[in-house]
Design a protein around this ligand. Structure first.
Ligand code: GN1
Ligand code: MG
Length: 369
């Protein structure tokens, strides 16, 4: 990010249906893909804030499809919450602020795509989880998110990144990057490459169950990192879920798996001290209970039987993506230092090992909820 241009944001902001004077802009550094800014406006003497976000169109090649999905799902969730009499609905679901021409995003003369959301006040996110109550909130938030989409009317959602969680493809892309070794980095990633190759067989398990229709397709979030849950600053209760670009047809287990990856270890995803990286069972239990209670019987028995496995698979697959990006010259995930993607991969793989050690106990707990 680094280079942001206030006058550019001023210019962009004028294209949205906002009735106020822009006073201040702050870049928000969370997230590896899009550029996000928090903008403060004076609206009739009151301070109001909005999010302006530049969509990474290298990653999201169909921004109109992305925004169409987001407008549909947020509208549906808002209607359900309103019908249930839920208070504070503009904090519970993101609100898209359309461009002046009524479209969900604005394309600049240079081709950049920007969108705007109402800023949700008095919330914060965390990069890691410190106690079971927070893990439970994560499970509840994403579980409820999935449940509120289970009866989404209308056509199938757009696949905003085709094959996003296709672990077989992710593995094959990794293999191709190893074989090509365009950046001469395979040698520096010996143990990680070895690790990935030795786990190849896990990549087909959920895909096979899906192909056999044992596991259904559902509208899912697909990027259920803990920092995508906004928690109330005062109560620490989950308020809403953000980062909706990858909401599309998917598998509930992938969402759960990414929650395991990002809530059960005390560490960040790029922790260097691998001795600290491990699954804390009390956090897993809290997460799992929160999620299963919020989805409220929605999952079938095949999905439920793969709860712990999903944690392992997702952690492995994200590790594989970091490793592949390292081997391919760091073009996808934003890096903050040389070797960053390799470090991230190493941390994910350490967590995979920890899940392997506790997988049986994790699944046993899931079966008991
Ligand atoms: C990316 O941008 P961010 O941090 O929300 C990535 C996820 C990864 C995650 C790893 C569209 O998400 O799939 O799990 O990094 N999003 C995309 O931290 O690729
Ligand atoms: Mg994301």
């Amino acid at each position: 990010m680094g280079t942001y241009d206030l006058s550019q944001i001023h210019h962009v902001s004028r294209h949205f249906q906002i009735h106020g004077d822009l006073q201040q802009v702050e870049p928000c550094k969370i997230g590896h893909i899009n550029e996000t800014y928090i903008a403060t406006y004076n609206q009739g003497g009151t301070r109001v804030r909005y999010i302006h976000q530049k969509i990474n169109t290298e990653v999201f090649r169909d921004p109109a499809g992305v925004m169409d999905n987001i407008e549909r799902i947020t509208r549906h969730q808002r209607e359900l919450l309103l019908a249930a009499g839920t208070p504070d609905v503009t904090r519970r679901v993101l609100t898209v602020v359309p461009a002046r021409d009524g479209v969900g995003f604005h394309r600049t003369a240079e081709g950049a795509c920007w969108r705007t959301f109402v800023f949700v006040e008095n919330v914060r996110s965390y990069e890691s989880v410190t106690n079971p109550a927070l893990a439970s909130e994560a499970g509840r938030a994403f579980g409820e998110f999935q449940r509120l989409l289970s009866d989404l009317p209308g056509k199938r959602l757009v696949e905003t990144i085709p094959h996003f969680h296709d672990s077989r493809r992710r593995f094959d892309t990794f293999q191709t990057a190893v074989d090509a070794d365009r950046f001469n980095r395979v040698q520096s990633a010996g143990p990680e490459v070895q690790f990935a190759v030795s786990r190849e067989k896990i990549v087909d398990v959920i895909l096979k169950a899906t192909a056999r229709k044992l596991i259904p397709e559902r509208p899912t979030h697909n990027d259920t990192k803990f920092n995508n849950v906004m928690l109330d600053i005062t109560t620490s209760k989950a308020v809403c879920v953000v980062d909706l670009d990858t909401v599309m047809p998917g598998c509930a287990l992938y969402d759960f798996g990414d929650m395991v990856r990002t809530t059960t270890s005390p560490t960040l995803e790029d922790e260097l001290d691998l001795s600290k990286v491990h699954v804390r069972m009390p956090l897993f239990r809290a997460l799992c209970r929160g999620y299963l209670e919020a989805t409220n019987g929605m999952l079938n028995r095949h999905e439920r039987a793969l709860i712990a496995f999903a944690g392992k698979l997702l952690t492995f697959t994200i590790g594989l993506r970091f490793l592949t990006d390292y081997l391919s010259g760091d073009t996808y995930f934003r890096v903050h230092r040389p070797g960053h993607n390799l470090e991230r991969a190493r941390t994910q793989f350490r967590l995979v090992e920890s899940i392997e050690q506790q997988e049986e106990a994790m699944q046993k707990f899931a079966d008991s909820v």
